[in-house]
Design a protein around this ligand. Sequence first.
Ligand SMILES: [Zn+2]
Length: 99
Amino acid sequence: MACRTGCPTPGKHKTWGECARSANLKVAYCGIGGGDATEQKRWDAELDLYRAARRQGIQPDGTTKDKVMAAIESSNAAGAAYGRDFGAAPPAPEGVEAA
Ligand SMILES: [Zn+2]
C-alpha cells in the first residue's frame, strides 16, 4: 500500500508520489512565483506550500520556499516523505527510476 495516510482513495495509487501528486500539492506548487505577487502574497504562498507538504507527511527543514521545494522534490524523487521516511540523503527504493 503506497498511499499516504489520509488518502481519500487508498489503494488507487501505485506509488507515494502518484498519491501525493493526485492531492493538492501541485495546486499549491503553482501558486508560487506569480510575477505580480506581493511580498505578503509570496509569504502566504510559501506557508501554503509548507502546509500542503506537511499534509503529505513531508517535514521540510524550514518554511522557506527553497527548503519546502527541496523537500517536496526529494520526496517525489524518492517516493517517500522527506523528514518522515528519510532525511537529507534520500534512499533509493526499489522500483524508483532515475529521472
Ligand atoms: Zn492515494
